[in-house]
Ligand binder design. Structure first.
Ligand code: NIG
Ligand code: FE
Length: 389
């Protein structure tokens, strides 16, 4: 099955060899999809003929599918009351996670699976074609392994986050919980995951505990990523860089040394403005990171506590308005940046050989994602060559 998508007014390829600037922008473009891959990209005037079907983009924009490299989708329950209290002035704390842990433990496999499917579908309709998914609301050996098995039915990007917060069962024995995570829990969970993550923050895990969790994960073949510097400055970013983590996520409260470390390392700084929006907190300073040379990704952090959104377009609009990013930078970070954070070269880019993950916008350019906030511009979505929306 082959498809020619032509009549593209503006195509974001993220390949500087194909077009202008870091976005590799191509005007009056066409793309040929064959099976699950992109077979050809170039000017519409020289597009090959003879494909099985032709789609006319009608002078609108096409971008790569969004790569959302940070989400917590395996959960049950609702934290509307907590959100309401925050909007009346209460502060966000890591402790709210335990509310979701209780609801998640009580839920059936079927209910959890259905919730993940619902959220993945919601994200897809907003242009997300790759979605990372963490555990972290089970906090027992069985519940964490179950969360990873369920996540694995919906994505290849599965992350073990047994060290999300100290389990309520170990409230008086955090060291015992770290022993559980680094031993039996990782033994049961590592076969179902690609990544290991830890919430390195006051109220969750300190630097030494986080190091123990990450190194134990690495010893079992997992690649580290870190929830770092969300609620205050701390050791998370430096630990992520030191261990060669794929990403340091949140990066809201950074010292000069943290910014310099991210700027000169291969660790991607993943910014999650949905969390600051929904906790009414200070946004991270993307400009400072970009100017220091850091690779920045933009993701949703979708979870029921601190950021209950699946919308990458929303995050792009906020990042442009509040975090010092240009529209070009924000779109790059939500596509190629997310791919870098997941160490993927087959997605986040529109070029021959890449996976055919494409989004048609009801707009002449990608800039409209920030220029028209809150407007549902995603009109068609192909994931691995299949038209899903
Ligand atoms: O990334 N920071 C830690 N974990 C989530 C919040 C989880 C929750 O509040 O349920 C986050 O913001
Ligand atoms: Fe998170």
């Amino acid at each position: 099955m082959s498809t020619l998508i032509t009549g593209i007014h503006s195509l974001v390829t993220n390949d500087p060899e194909l077009g202008l600037g870091p976005l590799g922008l191509l005007a009056d473009a066409a793309v040929v999809v064959e099976g699950e891959r992109i077979a050809w990209v170039g000017p519409a005037a020289s597009a090959p003929s003879g494909t099985d079907t032709v789609v006319d983009a009608g002078g609108r924009a096409v971008i790569p599918g969004f790569v959302d490299s940070h989400a917590h989708l395996v959960f049950a329950g609702d934290r509307t009351a907590e959100f309401n209290a925050r909007m009346s002035g209460q502060a966000y704390t890591a402790g709210g996670i335990r509310t979701t842990v209780a609801a998640t433990r009580a839920a059936s496999d079927e209910a959890l699976d259905a919730n993940v499917a619902r959220l993945v579908g919601e994200a897809l309709r907003q242009g997300t074609t790759v979605l990372e998914c963490k555990s972290g609301y089970g906090l027992t050996v069985e519940d964490e392994a179950r969360a990873l098995r369920i996540a694995g039915r919906h994505t290849d990007e599965v992350t073990f986050l047994g060290a999300h917060v100290v389990s309520p069962d170990y409230a008086d024995d955090p060291a015992g919980y770290v022993d559980l995570v680094t031993g039996p829990m990782l033994d049961a969970c590592a076969p179902h995951a690609r990544w290991v993550d830890v919430f390195c923050e006051r109220g969750a895990f300190d630097g030494d505990q986080a190091r123990a969790v990450l190194t134990a994960g690495v010893a079992r073949g997992l690649v580290p990523r870190v929830h770092a510097n969300q609620l205050g400055e701390g050791p998370g970013v430096q630990l992520a860089v030191e261990l060669g983590a794929a990403s340091a996520d949140h990066c809201t409260h950074l010292s000069e040394a943290d910014v310099a470390a991210l700027g000169s390392s291969g660790t991607v700084a993943t910014l999650l403005p949905g969390a600051e929006f929904s906790t009414r907190a200070q946004y991270p300073d993307a400009r400072r990171l970009l100017d220091a040379g850091a690779t920045v990704a933009l993701s949703t952090d979708c979870n029921p506590g601190s950021s209950f959104t699946t919308s990458v377009p929303f995050c792009i609009a906020v990042a442009v308005r509040e975090m010092g990013m240009t529209p070009d930078e924000a779109v790059w970070s939500a596509t190629a940046g997310g791919a870098a954070a997941l160490r993927r070269t087959d997605v986040g880019v529109v070029k021959a050989g890449a996976r055919a993950d494409l989004v048609l916008l009801d707009a002449p350019s990608h800039v409209h994602l920030a220029y028209r906030p809150g407007v549902p511009l995603v009109t068609a979505v192909w994931r691995a060559g299949v038209r899903e929306v």
